[in-house]
Ligand binder design. Sequence first.
Ligand code: ADP
Ligand code: ZN
Length: 609
Amino acid sequence: MLQTLKTYFGYDTFRPLQRDIIEHILDRKDAIVLMPTGGGKSICYQLPALLMEGTTVVVSPLISLMKDQVESLRANGISARALNSNNNDTENVMLRRECYQGKVKLLYISPERLLMELDFLLREIKVSLFAIDEAHCISQWGHDFRPEYTQLKVLREKFPQTPIVALTATADKITRQDIVKQLALKNPKTFISSFDRPNLSLDVRRGYQQKEKTRTILEFIFKRPNECGIVYCMSRDKTEKVAEMLIRHGVKATAYHAGLTPTARDKAQEDFINDRVQVVCATIAFGMGIDKSNVRWVIHYNMPKSIESFYQEIGRAGRDGVKSDTLLFYSLGDLVMLSKFAMDSGQQTVNLEKLNRMQQYAESDICRRRILLNYFGENMEHDCGNCDVCRNPPERFDGTIIVQKALSAIMRTEQQIGTRMLIAILRGNFIEGLAEKGYDKLKTFGVGRDIPQRDWQDYLLQMLNMGYFEIAYNESNHLKITPSGAKVLYGQEKAMMVVIKREEQETKAKGRGKKKETEEKALFKVPASVPVGEEDQMLFEELRVLRKRLADQQAIPAYIVLSDKTLHLLAIQRPTTLEEFGMVSGIGEYKKERYGKEFVEVIKQVLGK
Ligand code: ADP
Ligand code: ZN
């Protein structure tokens, strides 16, 4: 098993559970596998496929996913094929012949197509294993229900002896039971790996207004010049606006949402996969078909409606295990909007509760990863050190006077205003409708002038979360003081508020220092002056260029030629012979033969050897 892993995939060790799962499958037993995105599910059936006689049939819901998988297998010298509606007749004839000759180790197929091909599968090829990818699609309880998947029931009937493995990254207990029942799995063993993704950093920014978000996003992207990522937005309109803004600032960006034509959507997706655009600004419609392993960051322009959605969306970053960053913006406006959606959803209680949990995550002053893993029923014993709370624990101060100013303004308007008007009154700004209502005559008019608008946004969000006022969603979002707010207002209780830190200011300074350093390095560096064991950044960029060229020649995505992880390892280990090149993790026999020479050449050149 280990030798096959090294020869074909270039890895030296299995990840947790992979070996157990593979042994179980090789014993021809059914299994259900739960691993987070990027956990390494594919190898769990790809390796058995190589070791067993016959063809492994992989059921996959989307053509784009199949294409990606088949391409990466073929890039490792493994004979894989996809049978779907994209193929023409000649291709299909050839494919059938190859299958018949037992030349195809892995055959990817959509569920609809599988049913059409049952006779062919039964009579003409020896099926070693069925792997059902994205298996949660079979269940109405799962969040991507696909009716075609329910017809997979016939597999057990028609192939009583063939093992079936169902794989998914998202399935709660009910969904899991449903998968077992519908596929009629025989005494399946369930393998659940940890859902932690330690390589993803977590960061939340509260109460930012549009201008601040824009600046933060631009800084974030400029700090990562060649790294691609996704900006998730709540509305279609916003995806286009953010993409336009980025383009105006010279970033290669595009929008993606369900309102675009299929051609435009395919183009956006293809451009992203092939590194022709750096950023996709998308609604949640984007992602399911994306297996790109080197998405380096995910930004949420708005807060998602639940922790499940959030975790799935940030999970699209860093599948290759390389450090990746995530950033969530969280504002009052989002909360108002999402609450409205939840109330109108027909499943009010459940959806409000989910939103509530999401809000707790965004508001947390304990390690955010603990909250996430807890939500998925996993207990984490220590803080992660890779979230903003761990890096920068919140400090509190006595904010009673601030709270009193705000609540008093609400009181004096007879609780007939929303947050926008409240901030205008506090800051003494004449916005439309303010003078008409006589709010400029209030005693509180202008008493909060010393606090910038954006900080008021933040404080109000804190006050809402501490329960000092409520938003009456059914009364034009007017603010209503609660009993505990009244206690603070009348001086019976103190209000401890969180000190607002503007993190980007600090990191900006840090980032600048770093950039200067690399610039200097580039100018004055004697080749190979970077100690072995440290990454040579100049070399990394050269390797990236070579990788892109090789990818374009074959019309495949760059990450399929070599993953980011492998590219980083090359820049650290700097192999100068074919032998050494083949020892780097992620390089199997096939890639060694195919690319070794050119990469070694570039390494030698850059090192001046
Ligand atoms: P999933 O399907 O669970 O989202 P993948 O199967 O695509 O994840 O694997 C994610 C990444 O991890 C891939 O780049 C894969 O090559 C890599 N990987 C899988 N198993 C190993 C391993 N044993 N050692 C190193 N890398 C691995
Ligand atoms: Zn943490």
